[in-house]
Design a protein around this ligand. Structure first.
Ligand SMILES: [Zn+2]
Length: 308
């Protein structure tokens, strides 16, 4: 079995203003770092509107279309911008994760990584924020549940920022377990343990600034992995942000590149135990170009070594 790498050149046409951390070079560095790996390379389709509308209202989609600029930028919030290519990039990003779900559930590949931007985990129901337009991980989970008829999907988010958008989009969804670790305090400020979903199906694991491997492993081994085993997901979706890396400029956790390999390998073992190894991972944050490329490569290499 193989690992799919799903991406599209449109994701390089989402251009942010000079100095913005979520920039085209991020994806360029990642794709370069993944070049030597033996992966099934897949061109991301545009997401179907139905897939977007499982988590966002039609009014939100039409607002984004109206905000899409003919030239230059439109500013959606303090740090979220659209360039002329952004809307297509967002549809490709969402489409990549959905395609990953289709391929993994269809048995075409063991697992999949969507190398896409804009990222998704901060986009709330009707609010774009934190560089994100569509809730890629959440809408892929809904696609797996509603389109493929799965009963239980888990989303694991190890981006250093809280996945407030994924939490918002899955708050009322009893068929989805969301497990998210984040530095606290840190933007966007949410992610306390008492934010546990309408059905107690959300697990927030705050990590203190400056903490590293020991605290991360304690949280995942002590809380996350037992919850996954108890939930018995039929698919695991990973919101793979690499900004918990010690070199990242936007946060202050101290994960090393090997820690991203560790967490990926552990999730692959759990997926093998629980759901025939089915994992779909999608890129979220990570803003030091070299650390991002190295950590993403470590993550994808572990996916290629995953047991079935
Ligand atoms: Zn982040």
């Amino acid at each position: 079995m193989t690992t799919a790498l799903i991406t599209h050149a449109d994701c390089l046409n989402h251009v942010t203003p000079e100095g913005h951390p979520e920039r085209v070079a991020r994806l360029e560095h990642i794709l370069h770092a993944l070049e030597p790996l033996d992966l099934k390379r897949v061109t991301a389709p545009m997401a179907a509107e139905d897939d977007i509308l499982r988590v966002h209202p039609a009014s939100y989609l039409s607002d984004l279309r109206k905000a899409s600029p003919a030239e230059g930028w439109s500013q959606i919030d303090g740090d979220t911008f659209m360039s002329p290519g952004s809307l297509d990039a967002a549809f490709r990003a969402a489409g990549a994760v959905v395609r990953g779900v289709d391929m993994v559930l269809g048995g075409e590949v063991q697992n999949a990584f969507a190398a896409v931007r804009p990222p998704g985990h901060h986009a709330e129901t009707d609010t774009a924020m934190g560089f994100c337009l569509f809730g890629n991980a959440a809408l892929a989970a809904k696609h797996a549940l509603d389109h493929h008829g799965l009963s239980r999907v888990a989303v694991v988010d190890f981006d250093v920022h809280h996945g407030n958008g994924t939490q918002d989009l899955l708050w009322d969804e009893p068929r989805a377990l969301l497990i998210t670790s984040q530095q606290m305090p840190l933007w966007p400020g949410s992610g306390r343990p008492d934010e546990d979903g309408a059905h107690g199906q959300i697990l927030n694991m705050p990590l203190a600034p400056g903490s590293g491997r020991a605290e991360m492993q304690a949280a995942y081994e002590g809380q996350a992995f037992p919850r996954l085993r108890a939930f018995k997901p039929e698919l695991i979706i990973i919101s793979a942000g690499f900004d918990a890396h010690q070199d990242d400029p936007l946060a202050s956790l101290n994960w090393a590149t090997e820690d991203f390999a560790w967490i990926t390998a552990e999730l692959c073992k759990l997926a093998s135990e629980l759901c025939q190894g089915r994992i779909v991972s999608t890129l979220e944050g990570g803003y030091d170009l070299n650390a991002l490329a190295a950590a993403t490569r470590a993550h994808v290499e572990e996916l290629t070594k995953a047991p079935a």
